[in-house]
Write a protein that binds this ligand. Sequence first.
Ligand SMILES: C[C@@H](N)C(=O)N[C@H](C)C(=O)O
Ligand SMILES: [Zn+2]
Length: 265
Amino acid sequence: MKRITYLFPILLFTSACSNPNSDSVEKLPVKSDSIVLNEDTLENLDVEELNNRGGDELEVMSELEQKMIDAGLVDIQSVDSTIQVDVKYATMDNFMNRILYAGYDKVYLQPVVAERLSKAQKALKNIDSTLTLIAFDGTRPRSVQQEMWDALDTIPFNERVKFVSNPVNGSIHNYGSAVDLSILDLKTGLWLDMGAGYDDLRKIAYPRHEEKFLASGELTLDQVNNRKLLRKVMSAGGFWVIETEWWHFNAFSRKKAKELFEVVE
Ligand SMILES: C[C@@H](N)C(=O)N[C@H](C)C(=O)O
Ligand SMILES: [Zn+2]
């Protein structure tokens, strides 16, 4: 397989609001040293050879994906092609309002974690075959964890750790042992309504406050039941949710992940 290294253009945007649904984004000038193509790499390409290859043979791999493969991680869709992925950190549509994964839009996990996620998917399909798991993030390099952590430096430490793990300790994502995900309804093409968006910092996203928000009418019974369905099938795969994010599931404790795996830096 030919490996082509390149950088996607990265427009740096500032996060005017931490809510991913916000459209109030202030544009900053393009940072010149983060732009576009690595010309040395392009010069070294054997263009004629590439042109002679069928388009579907040409595989373009980002440096990040190569890092995942080198670490022994697997693409969830190569383990279970029925699981959908929508990697928000590969787009501008995330709480940072900028691309964190350049040229990389897959979900890589430790092989044992990917097998467990496939088990969760089967549990979901057994309940309703018109639903599917849709993963937003799997293994996350610690460098990206650091970027997230730094971006939220106006939030007091004790609040910040509820949303982003401290990169010094490492997130369980950094070990390929956590996944952010929801459920997609294949009939409508829509995610099930969880009463709060992905990476929503508000307390309404906290599983631990669900009963309170249900009692106050701020969450509906359907929304809470959708979260419960996600937890039920993830639990069948051996995952558990964290108290402050309905979408984040761990397959191992941090201690166990540290024993078993290396951090992806
Ligand atoms: C940032 C959010 N998607 C997330 O994954 N948070 C957890 C707590 C983490 O950073 O480990
Ligand atoms: Zn997460």
